[in-house]
Write a protein that binds this ligand. Structure first.
Ligand SMILES: Cc1cc2nc3c(=O)[nH]c(=O)nc-3n(C[C@H](O)[C@H](O)[C@H](O)COP(=O)(O)OP(=O)(O)OC[C@H]3O[C@@H](n4cnc5c(N)ncnc54)[C@H](O)[C@@H]3O)c2cc1C
Length: 392
């Protein structure tokens, strides 16, 4: 293969371009905006920067956050100290960092909107608003709003959630996560270097209703959102059945990142999966297996083994996490209460935030720790009754 066109220059496309160019392949990347403030929290977990240390070791501005406050209706709030910080970037800076790396590795970066791709024999013709180019292979990295209908995941309404928010002036040291009644999603406040990113994501609820919930929350918290700038976007959140029929490869193309639907259906984390899928895609292309069809099969197998199987399982848990009940209270309320009272449960939450706890093993770990966690919670309740807190 001689020339690979990478359609989209977000984290997935930029990382794919860097890896291909580093291996000596001819990589040309098209993005209509290049580095831009894509609507996003910008949060990177320990899993992301431990796999890809350059995300930590660079001079690009970013925040390191080691405290999360979790809150749920009827359970109050609890502070969770993280043993590994969450990194928070502005998306302009993160995209710039990744595009610069791709360019330094030798990729050709073009600011252009891809209008259409057409198959010509065994090659592609990429038509952009600035002209056209030929390629032997296409990597589709055009994000959740992929306009190229014939390639990438075919997202239906039940495979997405809305995500929107405000960048507002302000400063705080911790992350806030607020669960809300009857919402398969949550509100977040992420501190960035010069402002806060306050947002909400939710499945099955119109964007307008989510926006109202968020504005009410910010008004109650006295967050000056009327001075902020609004953002909104789609977030892939594949339904369990959709993981099985997910279209991530085809003749002469493969898809990575959001364009392949590769987002955690519970947390909405997508940055790590964008970079990771690009990494796996390039490994498959560079592999020794002969034939393009075999390379595509290999990419699908690598994805499944690495994280897609886990995310598919996560999609089965999502409703239960947000709408389920445990011991006569909502699951989010119990999560807050257990985090407050049980060191064992707090350790599980810390691992979930770091990305060290898979969904496939979560149930087993929770069951294994259930007796201990309940014991710790009841002991803590009993202790609080015996030694009541001083009146304020
Ligand atoms: C509100 C919100 C908050 C989020 N917060 C987090 C978070 O805190 N942490 C996290 O891990 N994930 C988060 N995500 C998910 C994360 O933003 C995505 O998973 C991630 O951006 C996916 O990267 P990507 O490269 O696949 O796609 P994108 O980042 O969307 O990049 C796609 C690129 O393709 C370009 N493009 C599209 N169409 C064309 C075209 N026709 N021609 C040329 N270029 C084109 C676009 O300009 C864009 O640069 C959030 C998402 C949302 C919506």
């Amino acid at each position: 293969m001689k020339r690979v066109a990478i359609l989209g220059g977000g984290p997935a496309g930029a990382f794919a371009a860097e890896q291909l160019a580093s291996a000596g392949w001819q990589a040309v990347l098209f993005d209509e905006k290049l580095a831009w403030e894509k609507p996003c929290g910008g949060g990177l977990t320990y899993k992301a920067y431990s796999h890809y240390p350059f995300l930590l070791e660079n001079s690009t501005p970013k925040r390191f956050v080691t405290e999360t406050v979790l809150a749920a209706p009827r359970a109050g709030a609890v502070s969770l100290q993280l043993d590994q910080p969450l990194l928070i970037y502005s998306r302009f800076d993160l995209n710039r960092l990744l595009l610069d790396r791709a360019e330094r590795a030798g990729a050709q970066i073009e600011q252009a909107r891809v209008l259409e791709i057409t198959r010509q024999g065994s090659r592609w013709r990429v038509l952009t608003n600035h002209g056209s180019a030929d390629a032997d292979f296409c990597i589709v990295a055009t994000g959740a709003r992929n306009p190229l209908r014939e390639v990438g995941t075919q997202l239906t309404a039940c495979d997405t959630m809305s995500a929107l928010g405000y960048y507002v002036p302000g400063e705080q040291s911790m992350i806030d996560i607020q669960f809300l009644p009857r919402l398969e999603g949550y509100i977040w406040i992420f501190p960035r270097c010069s402002h806060l990113s306050v947002g909400i994501c939710g499945k099955g609820e119109p964007a307008g209703a989510l926006r109202k919930r968020l504005e009410q929350y910010m008004t109650e918290r006295e967050i000056p959102w009327k001075h902020g700038s609004f953002y909104s976007h789609l977030l892939p959140s594949l339904h369990t059945a959709s993981w099985r029929r997910n279209r991530v490869t085809g003749e002469g193309w493969l898809a990575v990142g959001d364009a392949a639907g590769l987002v955690d259906p519970i947390t909405g984390e997508g940055l790590y999966y964008a970079i990771r899928s690009a990494d796996l895609a390039v490994r498959a292309l560079l592999s020794e297996v002969t034939g393009l069809a075999e390379k595509m099969n290999l990419y699908q197998r690598l994805l499944r083994r690495d994280f897609a199987g886990d995310l598919e399982f996560g999609s089965r848990l999502a409703r239960r996490v947000f709408h389920g009940r445990f011991l006569w209270a909502s699951v989010p309320a119990r999560m807050v209460q257990f985090t407050r009272s049980s060191p064992r449960f707090s350790a599980i939450m810390r691992d979930l935030f770091a990305g060290r706890q898979s969904y496939l093993d979560l149930r087993q770990r929770l069951l294994k720790n259930l007796n201990g966690s309940l014991y710790e919670m009841w002991m803590s309740l009993g202790f609080r009754r015996l030694v009541p807190r001083k009146a304020a």
